[in-house]
Ligand binder design. Structure first.
Ligand code: C2E
Ligand code: CA
Ligand code: CA
Length: 743
């Protein structure tokens, strides 16, 4: 969609303007060419008109010049004066002129303008011809006699030997040159009175021959003479004007148009060139558009990559931030309700540790798909970290919607993931926060969803929790504990601390009440808060990874203490986190050998979580420890999911019946019967039993009666210091062991 929009803008922004410019340039070039061709044609026309005029005026001069071949001649003068040899006159001054020079008529006048001889190709008789001409020619004749009388020699010299007068007029229905010359002596030996000379009038028609000559010799195409200015299509008319300015008629021809000729020859070339240019532009544009399309595509890909997680293709943290900001704007502006679901896969680290990262990636991908399938169109599913996802529901109507969604998500994550033939079980914990109820600001809302997630996790995972204000306070307390615990451990490592210590609680044989085992229990005496229960700080240590160092400290100290005791084992509580570490069993072996304690004298108390953990190294560690000779006790038995029926499969030597059962004695819950059944089953499976939290004689008596092996509780001894346990065991220690440095 983005691409086509971009392409659309390419069309409007580039293609259309470029072609518009190309069209404008083409039109301009064509215009200039047309204009210049018209100009060239105009210039050519002017020249042709000039030429036609020149030819006419030259013809006038030629007629006069031709006349002089007979008018400046003593023989002619004598002949006309004599007037007897008309034949000679007619031949030499008339028909000869017609034959040689194409004159159409000739008239000889005497000194009083009387007609001496006449020659005409058209007229019936010479007299008729002259009669038709006389009136028109009179001004010419007058003008010539005036010149002769005054001796005006203008125009004489060079080609011309005598003055003359010439004009254009219509003769016998023809446009014609009429030229008048005096007949004079060529030897100047015959005297004549100036102004009274014999005159020779020559007539030369300008249609017919002359027009044909113009067409032939001067390339006036289609030249014709017309009395009217009736030039047709593509023709030009040039007026033929007498000296008086009167228009006699018109020469009409098809003028030569060099511009049009050039244009018509140039047009196909130009058109071809234009097509070539347009094609080049089109190809260039195509290339550019393809490039920009590719660029846009790679740009789009880059923005996609910048805003999406490459593994799942889901929005990443950056895009999540943008989407949540947008959703929260709608909360502020139009009063929408928004839910933020913070999700974290359970046991994901174990998947990665045991099956490798590619398998982990596949779980993430598959979970992302399942999540996407459960959410709606407008919802955002983002992957914001390793196994952390966030769902934004930007148009929330009821909180129940979110609860339903959470339940479905939890259910979908409990379905096994098929990874390379393995069935991987994971699960997801979800924390939910609502806007505006829990805040309308991105970081605040996300943080609160995260806090709720934390609670869901600590409440046992594979569940969801909705943020409550108490959670915030609880989280703060947890943070304080973490910080202070780190400080305490840091001081301990420097040998300066006595905040953390170990107390010992004995366990007794039910039969004779001798001490059969001693359980090591962590103690923390906070400088300002006083004694903090391990039930409070151990989970924090588990979450923050501090448990490994703490566990090792307890193990080492307990082993050191136990070395001096009579031949009874020491029991050490171990977190499932420690057991998942592949090196745990080996580390226990090292500690035992360091302290010089036989493995048989160590008991590890594990929780049900550890024995049923199908991920990680718990099972291997437990098996390795047992092979070494270390005893395994299942702590808090009955509180978890281990059924009595599964007891045999469990890799343990002993069960410790949880104190809640013991303390339930005498109540309606019927815990006595349960405990009895537990003991019987355990015995049947070859397991030993310890009852915890024995506080009353009645509890003790009943447990003894149903065959419990060991008893432990305040009734016999609460957890005590090392000195006190030593005293109870009759051991004298030379030096008080201070809890030594943490590894
Ligand atoms: P747990 O392993 O079940 O330990 C027994 C708890 O019951 C101890 O609480 C003990 O003081 C208490 N107790 C003993 N007798 C009685 C009795 O008669 N009545 C009652 N009400 N309580 C009795 P404590 O020391 O507060 O430890 C709590 C839990 O913290 C332990 O439960 C154990 O899960 C954990 N913990 C303690 N030390 C360690 C440790 O070093 N490592 C690990 N991972 N967990 C530890
Ligand atoms: Ca215990
Ligand atoms: Ca216990």
């Amino acid at each position: 969609m983005r691409l086509s929009a971009l392409f659309g803008s390419f069309t409007t922004k580039i293609v259309i303007p470029v072609f518009a410019i190309a069209a404008a340039v083409s039109v301009a070039v064509a215009g200039i060419l047309m204009w210049s061709s018209v100009e060239a044609d105009n210039v050519a026309l002017e020249r042709q008109e000039g030429l036609a005029r020149l030819v006419v005026s030259q013809m006038q001069a030629t007629v006069a010049y031709n006349q002089e071949s007979v008018t400046v001649w003593d023989d002619a003068l004598n002949a006309v004066r004599d007037g007897s040899d008309l034949e000679w006159i007619d031949y030499n001054l008339g028909s000869w002129m017609h034959t040689y020079f194409g004159h159409d008529a000739a008239y000889i006048l005497d000194s009083t303008d009387g007609l001496v001889a006449a020659f005409s190709v058209d007229a019936e008789t010479g007299e008729d011809g002259f009669a038709a001409l006389a009136g028109q020619a009179a001004p010419l004749i007058r003008a010539l006699r005036q010149k002769m009388r005054t001796g005006d020699m203008e125009g004489v010299g060079g080609r011309f030997l005598s003055p003359g007068a010439t004009d254009l007029m219509v003769v016998e229905g023809h446009p014609a040159i009429v030229s008048v010359k005096p007949i004079i002596s060529d030897t100047e030996e015959i005297e004549q009175t100036p102004g009274e000379e014999y005159l020779h009038i020559a007539v030369r028609y300008l249609d017919g021959d002359f027009v044909a000559e113009l067409e032939r010799d001067y390339l006036f195409e289609g030249m014709r003479f017309s009395w009217n200015e009736d030039a047709g299509e593509g023709e030009e008319a040039l007026p033929l004007t007498a000296a008086s300015g009167e228009v006699i008629g018109y020469f009409i021809w098809r003028p030569y148009k060099p511009g049009a000729a050039v244009l018509s020859r140039l047009a196909p070339v130009l058109l071809g060139f234009l097509v070539l240019v347009l094609m080049t532009i089109a190809i260039l544009l195509l290339v550019i558009s393809q490039r920009s399309r590719k660029l846009a595509a790679s740009e789009a890909r880059m923005t996609f990559l910048a805003l999406h997680d490459p593994l799942t293709g889901l929005p990443n943290r950056a895009l999540f931030d943008q989407r949540l900001e947008a959703a929260l704007r709608a909360v502020r502006d139009v009063g929408r309700k928004v839910a933020v679901l913070y999700l974290d896969l359970d046991r994901f680290k174990q998947v990665n540790d045991t099956l490798g990262h590619p398998a982990g990636d596949m779980v993430i991908k598959e979970f992302g798909e399942r999540l996407k399938a459960l959410t709606g169109e407008g919802d955002t599913v983002a992957r914001i970290g390793g196994d952390e996802f966030i769902v934004i529901k930007p148009r929330l109507r009821q909180a129940e919607e979110v609860e339903m969604l959470c339940e479905r998500i939890v259910a979908t994550a409990e379905r096994p993931f098929e990874i390379e033939g393995h069935q991987v079980f994971s699960g997801v914990s979800i924390g939910v926060a609502f806007a505006p109820a829990h805040g309308a600001e991105r970081t605040e809302l996300t943080r609160k969803a995260d806090i709720a997630l934390y609670h869901a996790k600590s409440a046992g995972r594979s569940r969801y929790a909705i943020f409550g204000n108490a959670m915030d306070a609880m989280l703060q307390t947890r943070r304080d504990i973490e910080r202070d615990l780190r400080l305490a451990m840091g001081r301990l490592a420097k040998g300066k601390g006595d905040e953390i210590s170990i107390h010992y609680q004995p366990r007794y044989a039910a039969t004779d009440m001798r001490i059969t085992c001693v359980e090591a229990l962590l103690r923390w005496n906070h400088p300002s808060k006083g004694w903090i229960s391990p039930t409070v700080f151990v989970p924090v240590a588990e979450e923050t990874g501090l448990i490994e160092a703490l566990g090792e400290l307890v193990l080492r100290e307990a082993c050191k203490a136990a070395v001096l005791w009579p031949d009874i084992p020491v029991s050490v509580n171990t977190s499932v986190i420690e057991l998942r570490n592949p090196g745990f069993a080996a580390r226990v072996a090292d500690t035992l050998s360091d302290c010089g304690l036989r493995p048989e004298r160590l008991e590890i108390e594990v929780t049900e979580g550890a024995v049923s953990d199908n991920i990680g190294y718990c099972e291997q560690n437990i098996r390795a420890l047992r092979e070494m000779g270390v005893q395994i006790a299942l702590d808090d038995f009955g509180t978890g999911f281990s059924s009595l029926g599964r007891l045999k499969q469990l890799q343990v030597d002993r069960i410790k019946i949880d104190r809640s059962f013991v303390q339930g004695f005498g109540r309606l819950s019927g815990d006595e019967a349960i405990v009895q059944a537990m003991i019987h089953l355990a015995r049947a499976r070859g397991l030993r039993t310890t009852a915890e939290g024995v506080e009353t004689r009645e509890q003790s008596d009943y447990l003894k009666q149903v065959g419990c092996d060991e008893l432990q509780g305040f009734l016999f001894s609460s957890p005590v210091t090392l000195n006190q346990i030593d005293a109870l065991l009759g051991v004298k220690r030379k030096m008080l062991t201070v809890v030594a440095s943490v590894a």
